[in-house]
Ligand binder design. Sequence first.
Ligand code: NOJ
Length: 745
Amino acid sequence: MNEKTNMETAVSPPANTNVTQRVNALLAQMSLSEKVAQLAQIGGADWNQGPKPEEIIRERGAGSVLWLNDTKRFNEIQKVAIEESPSGIPILFALDVIHGYRTIFPVPLALASSWDPTVAEQAQAVAAKEARAAGIHWTFGPMIDIARDARWGRIVEGAGEDPYLGAAMAAAQVRGFQGDDLADPERVAACAKHFAGYGASDGGRDYDPVYLSESELRNVYFPPFQAAVNAGVDTFMSAYMDLNNVPATGNRWLLRDILREEWGFEGFLVSDAFAVGNLVIQGHARDRRDAALRSLKAGMNMDMASATYLEHLAGLVEDDSLSMAEIDEMVRPILALKVQMGLFENPYVDETLLEKTVALPEHRQAARQVAQRSMVLLRNEGGLLPLSKEQTNIAVIGPLADSMEATEGSWMVFGHEPAAVTVLQGVRAKLPKATVAYAPGPDINRDIPHPFGEFDMTKKKPIQAPEEAEVAFETAVKTAQSADLIIMVLGESADMAGEFASRGSLDLPGRQEELLKAISALGKPVVLVLLNGRPLSINWAAENVPAILEAWEPGSEGGNAVADILFGDVNPGGKLPVCFPRNGNHAPLYYARTITHLPESSEQYRSRYWDSPTTPLYPFGFGLSYTTFEFSNLTVSAEQVKVGEHVNISVDVTNSGPVAGDEVAQLYIHQKWGSDSRPMRELKGFKRLTLQPGATQTISFQLGPDELKYWSTNAGQWVQEAAKFDIWVGADSLATLHTAFEVIA
Ligand code: NOJ
């Protein structure tokens, strides 16, 4: 092995040669040990065991450092890489920047509720700008796993249940993070994760195995990932779990055949944390050496944090289990990204930039607008909302009403201090003259604590004793009793959704529903604001609480955005990107099911369980407004088209109510027969519009081979078939305005 330790040989290539030449020049001067180090991502957090990043970097360099959020340290480590490592190759600093760096935006599930990809793009562009100013080059986002099981905690990180909406949100987030120039110093490299199928883990239990047919994968779970590739995403992360009994980290079919060969992805892949080493635990690899071999052979470029590549790849080359060409193939795209991002020319971050960047008022303003557009009005009986600003005596009640953590939500960057405007603060700011009383009621807690508690990612509070909880309950009811209007803020705390946060029930945790019932019994107007990272089964509220606003985890400006909507400065227009099941036992639940031989639409046979209806409490695509909309004149450009041709669908949308508002026109198709059964409905177009009262807008959609093809199990390939298609356009997945056309051979 040709170990090179002489610093004199360190050269960075001239800036003007093209990327491949520069990568070749670098590879030519690197020892095997250095090449292997480029395939390693090293944990930089205090709790990481083993050598400090500098020790490894000084000796052999490193591809990347993660779990560090400290601008000064970035520069210190970078200096070691540039000045002391053998080839002077800069480090890529990586961190999970999921929905904001300092200015926190709504969680991705909420971004998807906007049904406006420009909103997701804008949010991630601000996140990128702030993160880059801190010295971060690469984020582990977007998370684009389709999730149809609300018990799975990580549903909060993605765009929900639908591949078409999911693909649009995936591409938008990639554009937001990356922009269109890799060298842009206000952007970061993105990472499409977790490839693939993670959202379908058995029973919604995090990390459990996934069994998905090739047609499910290709028709439902892959489209957001392929959209990310088409949007130019720089990197991919593999998922943790076994996909059809092969761990995704060692899954050659996923990592090579699909991603590289079929889709033409040219960036690099990183494993999930410790996943390469964990192939041993998972029962796939015999030992860590075998894990490194299997993972690299499968196409995994970078080993996140497990040090398995660092320990074993050189030995595997030396005993001819791997060739140098295989190592070079893995290193190339990592070096290429560093070259393209301009890290050789500008490896350091200006340490004064962060505070100037995060303080920009336009970032808070953007966070407020994005939050407004993400919220979904679920119920508004008797037009209780919007509330009058003449209110003088309000009570804001609930354990999340003044929780900055719950408002900003899950997945904060390491060391982030929550600084959200809570709903309580938002209401007080909106009505400065009113009396706004507050009582949290009893605390809510996970039964099994979050493991990140140890790392102080969530603030720990002592568990309330039952007597204290009782006093808190009574105080909340009394506080509500003295008010004329009650705003209840209920849902889930930030550690109840996300990774390590799956649950079996979808009920409101703790005594929240009991408190809601007790306060509703006072006979005063009650508005329920939900802060949560997944659909909840709020069956009682859906029948008994007149107004319900789904605010999700709305970010730094969440409380202001809630107040803007409740008091009518903003008309809500978000729509659900997931069904709300009536019960956690109903999960997975999604709208795009196949019809079966006893359709649920048939009166007599529709029961699927005998103990409860299995329709969703709120369907996919659902959301109300302070105005009303009508859809009419649904037309299709041709009754028949040939395979490969397009049809145009047009529809009129009218604001038939009293105020301006937003509607999302949604187009669903159903292929009536074919080589496989097709879903009873599939989203194939959407458009969010703003309409003045009385205004009508005609909008059109095009359907062609891209929308009409599918992966057929029977045919074993992509097909576009001659068949009749039903079309519906309307305000949600239950839209009734219908037309049809036929595709002929
Ligand atoms: C584990 C998570 O599954 C993944 O989403 C995340 O990006 C990595 N850890 C790095 O923090």
